[in-house]
Design a protein around this ligand. Sequence first.
Ligand code: GLA
Length: 383
Amino acid sequence: MPDPSLLERALAAFARRFPGGPPRLFRAPGRVNLIGEHTDYNDGFVLPVAIDRQVMVAARRREDRRVRLYALSFDQETEFNLDAIAPDAAVPWSNYGRGVGLVLRQEGYRLPGMDAAIAGDVPIGAGLSSSAALEVAVGYAMLRLAGLEVEGTALAKAAQRAENEFVGMRCGIMDQLIACLGQAEHALLIDCRSLGHRTLPLPADAAIVVVDSGVRRGLKDSEYNSRRAECEAAARHFGVPALRDVDEATFRSRAPELPESTRRRARHVVTENARTLAAALALETSSLHTFGRLMYASHASLRDDFEVSTPELNALVEIAAGVPGVYGARLTGAGFGGCVVALAQRVAAPALVAAIEAQYPARSGRRATVYICRASTGTSEIT
Ligand code: GLA
């Protein structure tokens, strides 16, 4: 359940900005990825969890074509007409809502106008997918106010298209899909080619600890897009549609022909897909030590081969590794800043928090923020 104060803040903001009748309430969660990083846009495997932090949209239908969005986090209101949606560089957060509105319209959904107040407690720009949560929550609100039902995968694809084509970030499908399909107390193993997915129960005695390094990813979308282009070049080298189709043996035999940097990018993706499937098996068989070892290996691969880590993220993983009862830790999300995720015995979580407080400021000159997360459900209406 969302934090009641978040709900109240969304409702209060709505009443202030858009008097004239009660709104309906929609939400979509942020996510943390346990393993399977930079694999989604290579048609590979990911294992994310929807977290108990969300974007809340209090929204009321309008009988004209106007959409007014007010974001509490920015104390900013923006407006557009559904028949003439264009990006607004001056209000960047609004482009996630504009984009999803445009894509849904292009896909033939008949959307009404709406007034909406948006409040959220997914930290912004921290790598926990606040933007996917925003896209999905706004898209879901628009569809539900139109009286339409839509499948989670269809909404996720529309939100991803909005981000790819409208915002210009060539992200994969992971964040939007988990924001739509997350399940309480479960992780989701997703095959990003077929979009087939399987829920895997999380052990009750383990805690998912997310640590925000305090380093913001900022304008690193171009780095992300260039990693993606390198992966696509590597797939062409192997003569396959995506790196998903390259196994470790094929990689070893044909990798020497690749330029050094492309080879390392591809090696990360090929080994990360194998690690993700192994981690899913480890979760199913309650082999949490194995799961943790795979998390450390994933981090090393992201640091050395994919080169998306930072000294701060490395420090957090090293600190976690020194705490008894921690199974594993790794950077989560795109990298270049943001968060680390650790899996730990629930009883060990306080010691992990203490170790981070004691060691991280001296090692990085920053303070970290720790979230102990529960796996929550995907987008929904709150009634
Ligand atoms: C970002 C993108 C996702 C995925 C991750 C890296 O979160 O939005 O699609 O590529 O980075 O795994």
